[in-house]
Design a binder for this molecule. Structure first.
Ligand SMILES: [Zn+2]
Ligand SMILES: [Zn+2]
Length: 423
């Protein structure tokens, strides 16, 4: 029996993990400069949390969630997204007390039972930020700026930012009415899902992936024409702040975020060149969410993006990220006695943070030297008969060929030389 990885998942292999470390480190560095702190929530939550937050008609809940019942019959789900768990934790831990706003970021795997394709997996890794506690449009712009600065900071160029407003619950009523008026004559041509959406959530028809529905929806009225005064004002302020921050954007009235809790600002960063799945990240304001899952009426705004598509884009632009590191020193021993001598020091060298490689399987000097060169190590450290007698080791710069004998007692000189690449 040979086991294989579940469909729609992948291993992060050792040659790729330095790239992961890098994009994650850049993300942490940037968001921390904006004052965000990391929050880590469990990978599974009560299934009802996601049902309640995304609206039961949403596709994520209906078809894509990994749901399971535990041994006591409780209903859980692997998290399909990060915002609802963060909101749950915010409410449960009373983060609203004592500060007027809270800035949170998260990193981690999410799960959706979706059809796997390029850049789209069933277990996917997300980065996201949530700003909770203010309806000020400044924060919408700041959130967008973080995302834009992160992606462009990694070196990506072929991307653009699309912005829209989906209004609030008040102006949504007007808009829903306009949509029903528009879709009414086509009702029979819509797919069964959309026929169901027509009464309850006509905006969902705009999101439908069925071609006939998409064609009909092309000429549907847009939300921007139905914004009430406060929402129009909010939208224009967001644009004003983005201008001040020098973040370029275009307005795309067709952005409808997939989840029910979004209000006002909605945005996506689109990558021009990885096919149909071209949104690198997206987000928006979700003033309705906290209240919807049992908290107070607290406004919030955030975004999330996936690392998988980010890597596709980085590859597309041939942006090189670090590969695995090379050893700083490769230890070579001739015979058992040399080994006995160096192993205690090898420990000390590694504890000092020096990447030292040692392969005791190889016996001959020639084989060990070859391994050292193949590893692209900076130095080799040789211990042979002569060195044993003198309790010393021969340090050799593998590129220049320069070498020098170092006493092992004390070992500080040798360590200093390796750390500062002095030889
Ligand atoms: Zn409104
Ligand atoms: Zn449809």
């Amino acid at each position: 029996m040979q086991y294989s990885i579940p469909r729609g998942t992948y291993d992060i292999l050792p040659e790729d993990s330095p790239k992961w470390h890098r994009v994650i480190a850049e993300f942490r560095k940037l968001v921390e400069a904006y004052g965000y702190a990391e929050i880590v929530t469990p990978i599974f939550e009560q299934a009802a949390l996601f049902e309640r937050s995304s609206g039961e008609s949403s596709d994520v809940v209906k078809k894509e969630m990994y749901r399971f019942t535990d041994r006591k019959g409780r209903e859980f789900a692997l998290r399909p997204e990060g915002t609802a768990p963060v909101a749950r934790s915010y409410i449960e831990n009373r983060m609203d007390i004592g500060s007027s706003y809270t800035k949170l970021y998260y990193l981690g795997p999410m799960f959706r039972y979706d059809r796997p394709q390029a850049g789209r997996y069933r277990q996917f890794y997300q980065y996201g930020v949530e700003f909770i506690g203010s309806n000020n449009p400044y924060y919408d712009a700041e959130i967008i700026a973080i995302l834009w600065n992160y992606l462009t900071g990694l070196g990506l160029k072929k991307l653009h930012l699309e912005l829209n407003s989906v209004g609030c619950s008040v102006c949504a009523k007007e808009y829903d009415k306009a949509l029903r008026d528009y879709f009414q004559p086509y009702l029979n041509q819509l797919c069964p899902d959309c026929q169901e959406r027509f009464e309850r959530k006509p905006r969902r028809i705009l999101d439908c992936k069925v071609k006939e529905c998409g064609d009909i929806a092309k000429k549907a009225p847009i939300q921007l024409d139905y914004l009430d005064e406060p929402c129009r004002e909010h939208f224009s302020e967001v644009q004003h702040y983005l201008d001040l921050m020098k973040i370029p954007f275009i307005i795309n009235p067709r952005i409808v975020r997939g989840l029910d809790y979004y209000t006002n600002t909605a945005f996506e960063v689109i990558y021009e060149g990885i096919g149909a799945q071209n949104a690198l990240a997206g987000g928006g304001r979700y003033n309705g969410l906290l209240n919807q899952i049992g908290g107070k009426n607290i406004p919030a705004v955030g975004f999330a993006g996936g690392f998988e598509r980010l890597f596709l884009s980085l590859n597309e632009e041939k942006i090189t990220l670090p590969g695995p590191p090379f050893p700083e020193v490769f230890i070579i021993t001739i015979g058992r006695e040399a080994q006995e001598l160096i192993i205690p020091y090898l420990n000390i060298i590694r504890v000092k943070g020096i990447y030292a490689e040692y392969e005791p399987d190889r016996a001959s000097l020639k084989a060990q030297l070859k391994a050292a060169n193949n590893s692209k190590a900076y130095y080799a450290l040789l211990i042979g008969e002569e060195e044993i007698k003198q309790k010393s080791a021969l340090l050799k710069n593998l590129e220049s060929g320069e070498q020098k004998l170092y006493s092992l007692e004390p070992i500080s000189d040798l360590i200093k030389t390796i750390q500062n690449k002095e030889l």
